[in-house]
Design a protein around this ligand. Structure first.
Ligand code: ACO
Length: 335
């Protein structure tokens, strides 16, 4: 059995934050950010906005493009590290879309590699589990976990959602040719946002004598990152992964139409493309407008490229994600 991409969609918050805006709150400049990252603007959720609503909008657009009814969706995978509920937000998207047949819906947490992992999971469900229409949504609001006083991280991230619909098809039409996924828990020290446990001010048991432990309430700390270590990791691991996927697909870098990497930094995109010998005109990049939108970045860039007429039906795309965990991976897909 095969699987193919039949629709895509995306949505971004209205609030645009420029490099000049950031230079008003931290010691930085438009020039530094542009030269070191390629980013000019990013979109940020306000306290009135909802990431779940943004993700639902992206998913709805993907269904419309695919001309698939929400009732025919049998799996919703929400790839996010920033759900709006501790127990996940995928079921709320299923509800917002009005999928009446109660399809399975759950979250996948794999940071900036989340969408790639969701895509590969969708293919496995279709090939092995009899699923027909799988919505894969990448959505993140890292702005909620950024330290807005840390110029090393707050300049990088933006909020967004993107989605694709993966559909079962016969093997001749198969649109996922090869993939390669990895994790390295050792690298978490270079990019993380660990849990923080705060003791609750409560006389009952606060000294541990009644409950046997101090009552506590947990939250997550802000994103902590050693940027240059993450940079080196991406430039080393992503080309290897793409080459491995290409090999499994029986292709070479020269035969792909597009290189679509997680949109983290233009210098990473350029370095990976150079290593793979993919010319700049075949590299999809939209991070100038959105920054690093984590799990949303690949479907957001794909959606813009498809709706803008750049990526055409039948084009072959090498997509690769990388990020916290550390996690990284790639997949060769046909649009
Ligand atoms: N404005 C001005 N100066 C800055 C800024 C800023 N915004 N940020 C850092 N600097 C300074 C540093 O303090 C340092 O100063 P010093 O030399 O006096 O100590 C100098 O600039 C160089 O700092 P580096 O960190 O070495 O700069 P680098 O060239 O590595 O660029 C950057 C930093 C942009 C963060 C880069 O390392 C990068 O993009 N790394 C990849 C990060 C990434 O993609 N992370 C997300 C992964 S995806 C996920 O899962 C979330």
């Amino acid at each position: 059995k095969g699987c193919k991409l039949v629709g895509c969609g995306s949505a971004v918050p209205n609030l645009k934050v420029s490099n000049d805006d950031l230079a008003k709150i931290v010691d930085t400049s438009d020039e530094w950010i542009s030269v070191r990252t390629g980013i000019h603007n990013r979109r940020v959720l306000t306290s009135n906005d909802s990431l779940t609503a943004l993700a639902s909008e992206a998913a709805q657009k993907a269904l419309q493009m695919a001309e698939v009814d929400p009732d025919d969706v049998d799996l919703v995978l929400l790839c996010t590290s920033t759900p709006e509920d501790l127990f996940g937000s995928a079921t709320q998207i299923q509800k917002a879309l009005g999928c009446k047949n109660n399809p399975l819906a759950y979250d996948i947490t794999a940071a900036c590699s989340g969408f790639l992992l969701g895509l590969v999971s969708a293919a496995c469900y279709i090939r092995g589990g009899g699923f027909s229409n799988v919505l894969v949504i990448g959505a993140d609001a890292l702005s909620r976990y950024v330290d807005w006083t840390d110029r090393g991280t707050c300049i990088l991230f933006g909020d967004a959602a993107g989605a694709v619909l993966v559909q079962a098809c016969n093997s001749e039409e198969d649109g996922l040719f090869g993939f390669d996924m990895h994790s390295d828990g050792d690298g978490l020290r270079n990019l993380n946002a660990p849990i923080v446990e705060n003791e609750v001010d409560c006389t009952l048991g606060s000294n541990g004598s009644v409950l046997g432990f101090p009552p506590r309430r947990s939250s997550y700390s802000c994103i902590q990152m050693k940027g240059n270590e993450v940079f080196r990791f991406a430039v080393r691991c992503v080309p290897q992964s793409v080459e491995s996927s290409l090999q499994k697909a029986g292709l070479t870098a020269s035969s792909i139409d597009w290189l679509l990497l997680h949109q983290a930094n233009q210098r990473i995109l350029d370095a990976v493309a150079t290593r793979l010998e993919v010319p700049p005109e075949r590299v999809i990049s939209n991070l100038a407008n959105y920054g690093n939108t984590s799990a949303a970045s690949i479907p957001l860039a794909l959606d813009e490229a498809v709706r803008g007429g750049k990526v055409k039906s039948g084009d072959t795309i090498a997509a690769a994600g990388f990020g916290a965990g550390l996690t990284w991976g790639s997949a060769i897909v046909r649009w």
